[in-house]
Design a protein around this ligand. Structure first.
Ligand SMILES: [Zn+2]
Length: 217
């Protein structure tokens, strides 16, 4: 579980650094919560309540204050129910990240039809977010296109990725139909969705490497 540190001003003690989860365990989106100390006893073991401003739900952490003034999480509740996306997607493919996360929650609730339609929509948004971020087309042009068109227009140089994106489109279509004609397992759609996401993760990581080619170290 990825974490970060934030200064915490306590009433009766010197300020110290508390450890926060990078992703809210309730909604799976970024986490910059309001935090309260729940256990009032001063000392090294502390219990905090955190409220996520995005989903407005609370999570708890138990932390130990170390000698160096930094806390360390030893327990958190609730446990995250979904596998969070790579941060690069939240930054460069925001609409995809939203839809995908919602579809993941639908899946955890066993709402497979909704999850399947969500994964299909998420991949359509991923290609559109990609086209915008990579400046392939203007926002107005991208907006008007349907899923079939975005695949043929923006993935035409990449035949293999184009194939998997079409597979997500077709498998997802079936879940949206009134008369569902195929009996392809949900896992097949999920697997194909994951493969597509991995391919785009590679593209985004290649565009935004940790160091620019002409950057001095
Ligand atoms: Zn949240």
């Amino acid at each position: 579980m990825e974490t970060y540190f934030k200064n915490y001003e306590s009433f009766d003690e010197k300020p110290y650094q508390i450890e926060l989860l990078k992703v809210c365990p309730n909604c799976g989106v970024g986490n910059n919560p309001d935090t309260w100390l729940v256990s009032h006893a001063t000392g090294e073991v502390k219990v905090f309540k955190h409220r996520c401003p995005l989903c407005n739900k609370d999570h708890l952490t138990t932390q130990i204050l170390k000698q160096n003034n930094f806390c360390e999480i030893v327990m958190s509740f609730p446990k995250p129910t979904i596998e969070p996306l790579d941060d690069i997607f939240f930054e460069h493919a925001p609409r995809f990240s939203e839809l995908y996360t919602q579809a993941q929650y639908a899946e955890t609730m066993k709402l497979y039809d909704i999850a399947a339609i969500g994964y299909r929509g998420a991949i359509e948004c991923l290609i559109k977010d990609y086209a915008l971020d990579f400046e392939i087309d203007s926002k107005d042009t991208i907006e008007k296109m349907n899923f079939d068109n975005v695949i043929s227009r923006y993935l035409k140089e990449d035949e293999l990725l184009s194939n998997t994106a079409h597979a997500v489109r077709l498998l997802g279509n079936d879940y949206a139909h009134w008369n569902k004609v195929n009996d392809i397992p949900f896992e097949t759609l999920k697997y194909t969705t994951e493969i597509t996401i991995k391919a785009f993760l590679m593209k985004f990581n290649q565009k935004y490497p940790p160091i620019k080619p002409n950057q001095k170290l």
